[in-house]
Design a protein around this ligand. Structure first.
Ligand code: GCO
Ligand code: MG
Length: 402
């Protein structure tokens, strides 16, 4: 089953997406998400200039071989642009495999290990009261696991807070916005926030929190310890993900569970963290982790160490990645939870999909393959618009991790 055509579709229905469409000689199409937030055109060009010429004429059924051909063949291995490109090809090949077998992809991955893919949502607010309100609203929508973020008093630009009642979307059109970050007020405020949340909502609700790579190891250890009375489901990205030793410092001081991995691009980012039992949840995602093929291997290693999955699921991953994550989460034994940040209506109209949300969980639907299509005519009405994630500075002007 030869690949005869490959097209890259760049569109911006509310935010930018890059999509790879592969076509086989018998007319089956496969979709892969290729979106790398803030660096979209680098991936589009990598695919167009360097990957498409390599995959035309290849057998679409040779998923494992194609993955290694693109990974080992590049010589300059890894890096987010390379791995996002390989992830897009891998996803599209699995989509084709599912369609040619006339089965949803989870049926090719060992079948369902559970009835549904439990999802967590985002509740955020400029004040504690707004955050409490947002949690209550999401509980009414059926979520039983909720990520809570709140602006630290005096820091309106705190990570994760939506502006003026809009839905939260970190990338903004134009050049990057500069935000202000101050660690000490945050460390004092976070336990107060979770103390209020537990008081209002009781012990039953699963609570998550994203630190977004902002702390030094000993600061993260202090945060984890101060949050222990409120028994979080996880504390996410407490230190920068590349500082693996930092997780050892955190572990020495606190039992608050730790999640990391949304910026990981291979098993080499996480095998030590897993084997040394320094993390509890692996958040690598199908796309930026290089596709379903390597993500299943990461999950298999994690399973041996009782580390569970928790795939990144922000809106900068298109519905194609979200579908792949739902199929993966339904099938993999050590699934933990799936992030669910619903896409805008514009995005959902461009990418009609079979997966759906109901009562706190995601379901893949019965369509063969990933179960996502792209309305290309509609996509063409939303041309790419340059957008960046914000950057952060400390009060004295020093650049900090955003
Ligand atoms: C999350 C993430 C996102 C990232 C975004 C960057 O946990 O959902 O931290 O909100 O900021 O994906 O592109
Ligand atoms: Mg995060």
């Amino acid at each position: 089953m030869k690949i005869t055509d490959a097209r890259i579709i760049v569109c911006s229905p509310g935010r930018n997406f890059v999509t790879l469409e592969l076509v086989t000689e018998d007319g089956i199409t496969g979709l892969g998400d290729a979106t790398l937030n803030g660096r979209e055109l680098a991936v589009a060009s990598y695919l167009t200039e360097h990957v498409v010429p390599l995959i035309i004429g290849r057998d679409a059924r040779r998923i494992e071989d194609t993955w290694h051909y693109l990974y080992k063949g590049v010589y300059w291995r890894r890096g987010s642009v390379t791995m996002t490109s390989i992830g897009a090809v891998d996803m599209a090949l699995w989509d084709i495999a599912g369609k040619s077998a006339n089965k949803p992809i989870y049926q090719l991955l060992g079948g369902a290990s559970r009835e549904a893919v439990r999802a967590y949502c985002h509740a955020n607010g400029a004040t504690v009261d707004e955050t409490l309100q947002s949690i209550a609203d999401h509980q009414r929508q059926g979520y039983t696991a909720i990520r809570a973020q709140c602006a630290t008093p005096g820091q309106p630009d705190t990570y994760g807070i939506a502006k003026g009642g809009q839905r939260y979307e970190p990338a903004e059109r134009g050049l990057p916005r500069e935000t202000l970050w101050s660690t000490e007020p945050y460390l004092q405020f976070a336990p107060q926030l979770f103390e209020r949340i537990r008081r209002e909502f009781g012990p039953g609700l699963d609570l998550l929190h994203d630190v977004h790579h902002r702390l030094r190891p000993i600061e993260a250890a202090r945060l984890g310890r101060s949050l222990e009375p409120f028994h979080l489901f996880w504390m996410e990205d407490p230190v920068t993900a590349e500082l693996q030793e930092g997780f050892r410092v955190i572990r020495q001081h606190t039992t608050t569970p730790v999640a990391v991995g949304e910026v990981f691009d291979s098993i080499f980012d996480c095998y030590r963290l897993i084997q040394e039992q320094l993390i509890d949840y692996l958040r690598a995602t199908v796309l930026h982790g290089g596709g379903l093929t390597p993500l299943r291997k990461m999950a298999a290693l994690a399973e041996m160490y009782h580390v569970r999955t928790g795939c990144h699921g922000a809106t900068d991953l298109s519905p194609v990645t979200m579908a792949a994550a739902v199929h993966f989460g339904l099938s993999v034994h050590n699934f933990g939870i799936q992030e669910h940040m619903p896409h805008s209506e514009e995005t959902d109209r461009v990418f009609p999909h079979a997966y759906s949300y109901r009562d706190g969980s995601l379901y893949p639907g019965d369509e063969p393959g990933l179960g996502v299509t792209i309305d290309e005519a509609l996509a063409a009405t939303y041309p790419y618009q340059r957008a960046y994630l914000p950057v952060a500075r400390l009060g004295d002007g020093t650049i900090h991790s955003w």
